[in-house]
Design a protein around this ligand. Structure first.
Ligand SMILES: Cc1ncc(COP(=O)(O)O)c(C=O)c1O
Length: 377
């Protein structure tokens, strides 16, 4: 699914120089390399303020708290995401409310609208641009406006994705992202960021990430230790961010190759609505496919035997996770589309160091599986 060996060969010189610059500076936490990275990231994304934090999980929690969320507030979100999306809501004291997704795994804005009508008073909204598929920005905007929502867009998988020329993360109060190593922009450890157009919002995040400190030894509120370190910021600035556009382009080429040469009937890509139109430009964090008829495990095992790694995003819906039994949460409706996608979804390799030959090998292996394995039903 990833090839960090190939990545290291590519980034090695820049990464070593970045590390050296931090070592020579003697300043390891929240220094000039963090400030530089924040500026470069904000400029790259088109948002005036970026604040580096310790993880994507913290970025969501801190953004909700900076947005004024209080313990006991309900937060509308998706049941199909990394558990961290909901964990952050719970850690901030929120009560997650789940509504169904579309067939492509994104929160269904019509269902969200129905949920907001049925449960008046919900003010907070955390949609996820899952798989790197951008949620329609116009639809998101009109929902936010209609219900006066405070929206924190989870862009952990969507850096570089855009729809109609608009990047993800520009409709809400803030975009949050993760630099977990497997992400499209990954660090060499944990890191994340909150991005916003609002200076005072950014200042609140800066305060909250550093024990709620407003000046040395002055603590205005109960914050966290969620500081980004200089080593990760330097690596991101010097070795990874400059390569992001090229990596995203390569992911798009790989996705096009998969889609162009797709033959299988029993395995179908979960391509986003509007695929093929130049308006929809996912960043293809993942290349999800659906395997119907309970055959996912068989295909996974087949590909594993052929030396091809796969992933599942995500095999258990968040509201079904055991950890949520002990906290308040609710579901709007039956979440049928999300349930079905979660049981059928498999992710194929799509990292930027994958070669065309390897993509072809994945396609051939799926073809052989289909020929050799009779349908189970
Ligand atoms: C959609 C989504 N949200 C949040 C997170 C949390 O990010 P992190 O692992 O940096 O805490 C992730 C990554 O795992 C993610 O994929």
């Amino acid at each position: 699914m990833n090839d960090f060996g190939r990545q290291w060969e590519d980034v090695r010189d820049d990464a070593l120089r970045a590390f050296e610059s931090v070592g020579r500076s003697g300043w390891y936490i929240l220094g000039s390399r963090v400030r530089e990275f924040e500026q470069a990231l904000g400029a790259n994304w088109g948002l005036a303020h970026a604040v580096g934090v310790a993880s994507g999980l913290d970025a969501i929690e801190l953004a909700l708290r900076a947005a004024g969320m209080r313990p006991g507030d309900r937060v509308l979100t998706t049941p199909l995401s990394a558990f961290a999306t909901t964990l952050a809501i719970v850690r901030a004291g929120g009560i997650p409310v789940f509504c169904d997704t579309t067939e492509t795994g994104l929160i269904d804005l019509d269902d969200a609208r129905a949920a907001l009508r049925a449960m008046p008073g919900i003010r907070y909204f955390v949609p996820v641009h899952l798989y790197g598929f951008p949620i329609d920005p116009g639809g998101l905007r009109s929902l936010i406006d209609e219900f006066e929502l405070i929206c924190i867009e989870d862009c952990a998988q969507s850096i570089g994705a855009e729809a109609g020329g608009i990047a993800t993360g520009l409709q809400g109060a803030a975009a949050v992202t993760s630099f977990y190593p497997t992400k499209n922009l990954g660090a060499m450890g944990d890191a994340g960021a909150v991005l916003t157009a609002d200076r005072s919002f950014a200042e609140r995040i800066r305060c909250l990430r550093d024990y709620g400190q407003t000046a040395k030894y002055k603590h205005a509120e109960i914050g966290l230790n969620s500081r980004l370190d200089e080593v990760q910021a330097a690596l991101l600035s010097d070795a990874f961010l400059p390569r992001l556009a090229g990596w995203t382009e390569r992911r798009r080429q790989i996705a096009s190759r998969y889609l162009r040469d797709w033959r299988s009937e029993r395995v179908r890509p979960v391509a986003p609505e509007g695929w093929g139109s130049s308006e929809w430009r996912p960043c293809w964090h993942l290349f999800p496919v659906r395997v119907a008829g309970g055959e996912k495990a068989s295909l996974m095992a087949w590909l594993r035997d052929e030396g091809i790694g796969t992933g599942e995003h995500y095999p258990i819906l968040i509201p079904n996770q055991e950890a949520l039994r002990t906290v308040s949460s609710s579901c709007f409706g039956a979440l049928e589309r999300a349930e079905r996608l979660s049981s059928e979804e498999l992710s194929l390799p799509i990292h930027p160091y994958l070669t065309d030959e390897e993509v072809d090998r994945v396609l051939l292996a799926i073809g052989r599986w289909e020929e050799s394995t009779p349908p189970s039903a």
